[in-house]
Design a protein around this ligand. Structure first.
Ligand code: HEC
Ligand code: HEC
Ligand code: HEC
Ligand code: HEC
Length: 201
């Protein structure tokens, strides 16, 4: 059983026992813009816009609020919560992770982005991999479980209310960003067909 603090950096825990130097095969963080190359498209369900409007798209901003300043004061944190490791560890993807695991510089303003939940994406983001479930699972796209969420949604958060706790089903509904059901599992196929059509024009 991993401790919570190990889980806090989310998927980075996978590297806890790994050598410091990321090998060519190791997944590294690429940032939400890279995912957006495909997942901003309407055809896919534009997960990037859904995420940005949802609670995880502005978690850095939240650390600038009056409430955040109050939490920080209570914990004896001097300075802005937006600069404090104690807060950023759950409010920003890959905060504090070894820099060798960061392929492209991440923008802290992106808050808790895709890779906090789906795992760092350098190896699975390629089209040839993403169009095949067996391949993207093998390349480290994280299959979803409640533990992905409770790495941050736990009693180490100043906002934690033990009376409310964390209701996975309800929370999932609130962040839903589905692939449209009519194209699910067929997007690569559809894109190939479209390319063929364009060649004919
Ligand atoms: C263990 C992970 C974790 C840590 C550490 C953490 N947060 Fe959060 N924070 C969360 C989660 C998860 C939520 C959303 C939970 C909710 O609103 O029910 C949240 C929500 C918030 C909110 C908005 C909700 C509210 O209560 O007003 C503020 C403000 C906030 N955090 C500030 C901070 C500050 C300041 C720190 C550092 C002192 C911090 N957080 C550290 C996970 C964390
Ligand atoms: C807070 C965690 C979290 C974040 C952030 C997140 N996702 Fe997800 N995502 C999930 C979970 C959990 C599921 C599985 C939902 C289910 O099938 O019940 C999922 C499902 C998906 C699916 C499959 C949808 C379907 O219909 O099967 C896609 C595609 C996806 N996410 C892409 C993204 C992209 C791109 C981003 C960033 C813009 C992102 N996600 C951000 C947790 C997250
Ligand atoms: C890397 C840390 C992290 C992970 C992992 C994470 N969250 Fe969050 N989540 C947060 C933070 C921080 C907030 C606070 C958002 C704010 O107020 O800015 C939040 C807010 C939320 C909220 C809004 C809560 C409220 O009371 O307003 C929901 C719903 C939510 N998360 C669902 C999920 C689900 C479902 C998962 C797992 C699939 C998940 N989260 C994984 C950090 C995380
Ligand atoms: C080159 C285009 C492309 C890029 C870049 C890309 N994806 Fe995908 N992604 C796809 C395609 C195609 C699918 C399959 C959609 C379908 O047919 O249902 C997919 C599916 C997914 C799924 C659903 C998995 C499932 O179980 O069904 C998730 C989650 C996901 N992508 C996350 C990401 C994340 C996170 C990134 C960035 C690190 C990313 N993708 C980058 C093309 C891409």
């Amino acid at each position: 059983m991993l401790s919570r603090s190990a889980l806090i950096v989310g998927v980075a825990m996978m590297f806890a026992a790994a050598p410091l130097v990321a090998s060519a095969k190791e997944n590294t963080f690429v940032g939400v813009e890279k995912c957006g190359r495909c997942h901003k498209k309407e055809l896919y369900g534009d997960q990037v816009s859904v995420w940005r409007k949802g609670p995880h798209g502005k978690t850095l901003e939240t650390l600038g609020s009056e409430k955040a300043a109050e939490y920080a004061r209570e914990r004896g944190i001097s300075g802005s919560p937006q600069q404090a490791d104690e807060c950023l560890q759950c409010h920003v993807t890959a905060h504090g992770v070894d820099s060798r695991l960061i392929k492209y510089e991440l923008d802290p303003a992106d808050g808790v982005q895709c890779e906090s939940c789906h795992g760092p994406g350098s190896n699975y983001r390629k089209r040839s991999i993403m169009s095949d479930k067996d391949k993207f699972v093998a390349k480290g796209l994280v299959s979803q479980t409640e533990e992905v969420c409770t790495a941050c949604h736990n009693d180490e958060s100043p906002s934690w209310d033990p009376e409310v706790g964390f209701d996975y089903e309800e929370a999932m509904e609130r962040i839903a960003h589905p692939t449209p059901p009519d194209v699910r599992g067929r997007i690569s196929e559809i894109e190939k067909e479209n390319e063929k059509e364009n060649e004919k024009d």
